[in-house]
Ligand binder design. Structure first.
Ligand SMILES: NC(=O)C1=CN([C@@H]2O[C@H](COP(=O)(O)OP(=O)(O)OC[C@H]3O[C@@H](n4cnc5c(N)ncnc54)[C@H](OP(=O)(O)O)[C@@H]3O)[C@@H](O)[C@H]2O)C=CC1
Ligand SMILES: O=C1O[C@H](COP(=O)(O)O)[C@@H](O)[C@H](O)[C@H]1O
Length: 488
């Protein structure tokens, strides 16, 4: 049954012929259609400047699905999706061209969900164009993509522009990691299981690791990536978001405001990294040529379009301290990089060692328990614990074992979703819980800017690592200095 406040939606994608739209949004809409999750009356309107007609757009959308969907297109599903699609050719810098929207949408009866899939320099023109043609109402929504800005200053500028037209509760800032199944499961794991809620603090936890490794390089995105680097591209958003979910206090409920408030408190408590401690707390890396799954791949400086002098980092590892009661003395180690041996996103919660060992026959030092949360691939949760080896002969012998909860086996289904599907759906349903508030983004930038400034002041050059490895040796040393090691 539809919610009382339900209103049909017009999803308008600005930049509908661009890379994001073709590689992610259209694919996600297809998967939502396949799962019968789009309301029958939802319409999708593509806006861009080159294609002329709806028929042309529909053909481009079909070609994109053929290219990027990793299963054959089901023509019945495509038929349903394509019936929703239409297209407007609008040069987004030309205010008078927005008038075309008046005939295409119906803001009194339908909610307009405006997805800005374009570079931020166009945001101002779009906001003004929409306002001047009179299609916006208090119910209209706007969805924008990360990265929101390049630093705190530019992020504020973008948000200010948007705020002139859209109220904060109409703005949906996307971080697609918040649409991933296992990130959401963190809420369930932490706040629905007493064994974790009572043990989730400095009394029992020694340290936490967050790894987001990608085996891909920069995939022809030199222009964008080299200006950005891994700290801004991945850590400022995805890794810090994961960190807030792991570290936040229990929210009062699942309402957007309650969750945003708790996440902001974590971001505010991050101990600043400055020029005084940046060398000790961070590692920057850049890949050289190497092998991924047996295939030779070029180094960062040999990528297509590369500037051979570039000192942009493709890897970063950081020790983060959170200055609050819960996490006093518990470091969070985060690392993320391109051209790692494989795609692997995981959180490892390392519990403290027991104070006394009565099983010296098995282990001189009893290994501590670990909770390993696999975000991708193979979503699931493992608990690493000690068990007695079965047998009646001799002394008790212990062995490290794993309680293994694989989502695909437990729930007998593989998620076909990558993150965008859930977020598009939530935007269509008007639920902002999984989107980022302005304050969160600005807190994250303030913390990251300090690191970026410290690197700049130190002229810190990235350390090289061969493609197919887990980053520079210095990343191992970052933990070794504290008597710890990365989970391999
Ligand atoms: N691509 C991705 O995977 C991701 C992208 N993002 C973000 O999403 C946004 C879009 O990125 P992406 O899709 O890669 O960018 P693209 O440049 O590929 O797409 C933007 C689209 O907007 C069109 N456009 C540009 N100017 C105008 C104009 N004046 N009037 C009408 N249309 C115009 C472009 O047309 P033309 O080609 O003619 O210029 C293009 O089709 C960016 O902010 C990016 O940072 C975020 C996460 C992932
Ligand atoms: O936002 C980004 O994320 C992708 C990684 O996303 P995933 O869902 O495949 O883990 C990254 O490759 C890209 O550089 C970055 O902009």
């Amino acid at each position: 049954m539809k919610n009382q406040n339900y209103k049909p939606c017009d999803l308008v994608i600005y930049g509908a012929l661009g890379d994001l739209s073709k590689r992610k949004l259209l694919i996600s809409l297809y998967r939502l259609e396949k799962s019968n999750l789009l309301e029958a009356d939802t319409r999708i309107i593509g806006v861009d400047r080159l294609e002329e007609t709806s028929t042309g757009f529909i053909e481009i959308a079909h070609n994109s699905l053929t290219e990027h969907l990793n299963t054959p297109i089901d023509e019945e599903i495509w038929g349903r999706l394509s019936n929703r699609l239409s297209y407007l050719k609008i040069d987004l810098t030309q205010p008078e061209q927005y008038l075309q929207l008046n005939a295409a949408v119906d803001p009194e009866k339908r909610v307009m969900v405006n997805y800005f899939a374009v570079a931020p320099f166009l945001f101002k023109s779009i906001c003004q164009g929409l306002q001047s043609c009179g299609v916006l109402t208090a119910e209209s929504r706007m969805v924008m993509e990360k990265p929101i800005g390049h630093d705190l200053k530019s992020s504020k500028e973008i948000n200010d522009v948007v705020e002139e037209v859209f109220h904060e509760d109409q703005v949906y800032r996307i971080d697609h990691y918040l649409g991933k199944e296992t990130v959401l499961n963190l809420l369930a794991l932490r706040f629905a299981n007493s064994i974790f809620t009572t043990n989730w603090n400095h009394n029992t936890i020694d340290h936490i690791q967050i790894t987001v490794g990608e085996d891909i390089g920069i995939e022809g995105r030199w222009e964008y990536f080299d200006k950005t680097g891994q700290l801004r591209d991945m850590l400022q958003n995805h890794l810090l978001q994961i960190l807030t979910f792991v570290a936040m206090e229990p929210p009062a409920d699942l309402e957007a405001e309650s969750i945003h408030m708790e996440k902001i408190k974590v971001l505010k408590a991050l101990r600043p990294i400055t020029v005084r401690n940046v060398e000790e707390k961070t590692v920057r890396g850049q890949y050289t040529a190497g092998f991924i799954k047996g295939a030779a791949v070029p180094g960062y400086l040999e990528e297509e379009g590369a500037n051979k002098e570039s000192t942009t980092e493709s890897f970063v590892a950081i020790r983060v301290d959170i200055d609050n009661w819960r996490w006093a003395g518990v470091p969070f180690y985060m690392r993320t990089g391109k051209r790692m041996p494989n795609k692997r996103t995981e959180i490892v919660v390392n519990f403290k060692q027991l104070p006394h060992n009565i099983f010296k026959d098995s282990f001189r030092d009893l290994p501590a328990n670990k909770l390993v949360i696999h975000l991708q691939p193979n979503e699931g949760v493992d608990v690493v614990m000690l068990n007695k080896v079965p047998g009646i002969d001799g002394n008790i012998k212990l062995q490290q074992t794993k309680l293994d909860l694989s989502f695909s086996e437990t729930f007998k289904k593989n998620s076909i979703f990558g993150g965008y599907e859930k977020l598009i759906l939530e935007a269509l349903r008007g639920n902002t819980t999984l989107f980022l508030s302005r304050e969160e983004i600005e807190q994250a930038w303030a913390w990251v800017d300090s690191i970026q400034d410290a690197w700049a002041q130190n002229h810190s050059a990235p350390k090289s690592y061969p493609a197919g490895s887990w980053g520079p040796i210095a990343s191992v040393a970052l933990l070794a200095r504290d008597g710890r090691a990365w989970e391999e």
